[in-house]
Design a protein around this ligand. Structure first.
Ligand code: 6PG
Length: 469
């Protein structure tokens, strides 16, 4: 009665994923150093799941080659669990890190474990607790052979879209965790975009919660259909028993973060790929924490202008266009980052496959991912989503909307940084000429940093105070 799959970390995610695997007929083992969690899992009474509080017993109960997945907090804990595992596992066994590990950590662990003769898979798992239970989206990378061994299990427990599982081998070494990190970066941008949308409707269009709910409900029936819009709709309907106001209004306006959005921006800066919507989303979460500062400043700078937004129906139509436009841009920036990282890190990524497995199970799943999937399937070498024919057509139709929303918001004193940056990013991407020549001139002026000339090879410097130079 040996198990086919072992899970370390029996928090809700780990326990739910184990139950998902067990539901598909696999016998599983679980391990946690917290006996209470072990108890909770054993009390589920699932004949296919056995939980242990001793790591040796846990590992001995696994069939060879042993497959162990860790779902523990990212960072040092992962290293200490791996060190413990190496004491009790055999060469040739498979270790999967299913947490949100930083890709550079995964890179080191992969190299180290490969040398030691173990198969390591760094795997992003998305979909939250419900996804883990009913079908997540999974982004495994690293040891390809090990992936082939675990593939049948992963394909069964994943979500399915049109019959296809939302899991696939992403690429070499740390590719899986890199892809998951970018997934989270896009997640941050979309969440910030949705909260600005809410602010625009509330403060700009003076809409009440019910009206805002109805807009999200309607949007979720059209091309903006997505998990994040869907849960926002539901948040706008959720009241505690006996209360008549929406519960989320009781929540402090200070956003927390575990770091994956910031990592995306940091990695993008290192690779010199612009992902400004993700950057701004991280910054605005940070700004939200300065409650005292904001309170003080709000007294000093009260609302200067009041909006006089006219026709609500027309405004909502424009807002829908603006949201579509910005949503396209958020995904486009994330995909661009993946494309460039692929060149730099030689991951061997397939952007169509990534879009394909993001269509279901994960937090950023959306109707629009079908279009992204089609775009990269059509042209695997597509340099940017803005260049795809069909996306180009719908993006162009949304330009009036985004220009209108951003200008109305700016004139009304409503902060829409993600919308604004989506638009400016676009306006620069579509600019053959950027004013960067002036930056080069300034750099050369104050620091002799040199510049290149149009139509002339080489690197030059000018003494800007000497016209004869
Ligand atoms: C997912 C999510 C998940 C992430 C949370 C919270 O794909 O299921 O991305 O992995 O941990 O979204 O992230 P923050 O705490 O940073 O907002």
């Amino acid at each position: 009665n040996q198990s086919s799959f072992g899970m370390i970390g029996l928090g809700t995610m780990g326990s739910n994923l184990l139950q998902n695997i067990a539901d598909h007929g696999y016998s599983c083992s679980g391990y946690d150093n917290d006996p209470k969690k072990v108890d909770t899992v054993n009390k589920l009474g699932n004949d296919n799941i056995h939980a242990f509080s001793d790591i040796k017993d846990f590992v001995q109960n696994l069939k060879s080659p042993k497959i162990v997945m860790m779902l523990v907090p990212a960072g040092k804990i992962v290293d200490s669990v791996i060190a413990e595992l190496l004491q009790v596992m055999d060469k040739g066994d498979i270790i999967i890190d299913g947490g949100n590990s930083h890709f550079t950590d995964t890179e080191k662990r992969f190299e180290d474990l490969e040398k030691k003769g173990y198969h390591f898979v760094g795997m992003g798992v998305s979909g939250g607790e419900e996804g883990a239970r009913k079908g997540p989206s999974m982004m495994p990378g690293g040891d390809k052979k090990a992936y082939e061994t675990i593939k049948p299990i992963l394909e069964k427990i994943a979500a399915h879209v049109n019959g296809a599982p939302t899991v696939a081998y992403m690429g070499e070494r740390s590719a899986g965790h890199f892809v998951k990190m970018v997934h989270n970066g896009i997640e941050y941008a979309l969440m910030q975009l949705i909260s600005e949308t809410y602010e625009f409707m509330k403060s700009g269009l003076q809409m009440d919660d019910k009206e805002i709910h109805d807009v999200f409900k309607k949007w979720n029936e059209g091309r903006l259909k997505s998990y994040l819009i869907e849960i926002t709709r539901d948040i706008f309907a959720y009241k505690k028993k006996g209360e008549d106001h929406l519960f989320f209004n009781d929540i402090k306006d200070e956003a927390k973060a575990k770091g994956t959005g910031k990592w995306t921006s940091q990695a993008a800066m290192d690779l010199a790929v612009p992902v400004p919507m993700i950057d701004i989303a991280v910054s605005m979460r940070d700004l939200s924490k300065y409650k005292e500062l904001r309170t003080e400043a709000s007294k000093l700078y009260p609302d200067a202008t009041k909006s006089d937004l006219k026709d609500k129906t027309e405004s909502i139509e424009k807002l829908e266009q603006a949201f579509y436009f910005s949503m396209v841009s958020a995904y486009a920036q994330g995909m661009h980052l993946l494309d460039q990282a692929n060149v730099e890190f030689k991951y061997n990524l397939n952007l169509d496959v990534i879009a394909k497995i993001w269509r279901g199970g994960c937090i950023i799943r959306s109707e629009f991912l079908e279009d992204i999937y089609a775009a990269y399937k059509n042209n695997p070498k597509l340099a940017h989503l803005f260049l795809d024919d069909s996306i180009h057509k719908s993006l162009v139709k949304s330009i009036p909307g985004i220009r209108n929303v951003v200008s109305e918001a700016v004139l009304s004193g409503i902060a829409v940084p993600t919308y604004s940056v989506a638009l400016s990013y676009f306006d620069n991407v579509r600019s053959e000429e950027m004013p960067a020549n002036l930056i080069q001139a300034q750099r050369d002026f104050f620091g002799s940093h040199t510049y290149e000339l149009k139509g002339k090879e080489g690197v030059f410097h000018t003494d800007w105070e000497d016209p004869n130079h």
